[in-house]
Design a protein around this ligand. Sequence first.
Ligand code: PGA
Length: 234
Amino acid sequence: MLIVGNQKAYLKKEKIEEFVKYFKDKDVSSVVIIPSIPFINEFNKTNFLLGSQDVSINTDDNSTGEVTASQLKSLGVKYSLVGHSERREFFKEEKETLIIKINNLLEEDIIPIYCVGETKEEREKNKYKDKVKLQIEEVLNGITAKRENIVIAYEPVWSIGTGLIPKVEEIEEIMDSIKKIIKEKYKYNVKVLYGGSVNANNIEELSRVKDLDGYLIGKASTICEDFLKIINKS
Ligand code: PGA
C-alpha cells in the first residue's frame, strides 16, 4: 500500500516541527509525506519518503520564484503531485502544463502522482468515467519516455475536503476502468490511489476496496494521531 500525505498549506513552522518530532522514531519508511516545499528538508529528520506538491514547468536556472525538478531531486524528493484539482481550479493548470511538469519530473526520476477525478455535476450526469478517461488520455498521450512510472490518484472533486466519500463499489468501478485504460492503451500495470476525505474513521471501510494500491490523504495527514492510525490500518 502506498500512503501519501498531502499537507497542502495547512501547517506553519511550529506545527511542522511538532509533526516531525512525533514521527521521528516511527517506522514510516514506506509512507510519502508531501509538505509545502519550504518544509521538505525538515522531514529528513524522519524516515518518511519525501514528496512535492508541485514542480516548475521550467528547467532553466533563470526561473525566479520557481522550484525545478532538479532542485527537488537534490532535496531527495521521490514523488510529486501533478494535476491536483486545486491546481487545476485555482491556477488554471491544463493539459499542456501538466504534460511539461510530468516530463520534467520523469527526466529527474521523480515519480509523478497524476490526480484525476470528476466534479459533482459530472458524477450526477453519469459522465464521471468519460471525464477520468479524458484526463488520463489527454496527458498520457503527451508523455513519451518512462510513462510506466506514473501513478494515478483518483480524487473525486466533490469528495475533497467535504467529508463525503464514494461507496466502496463506486471506487472499485472507477479503479477498474482506470487500470483497464492504462493496460490497454499504455501497456503497463498502473498503481491507483484513492483520495478525498480519507480519515481515521473511514479507513476501515475504504480498506474493503479491492485492488486499491493506496491513499492520497489531505487534512488527516496533518493530524499526527490520525495519520498514524491510517498508516497502521492500511
Ligand atoms: P482531503 O484532501 O483528504 O482533505 O479531502 C485530499 C486531497 O486533496 O488530496
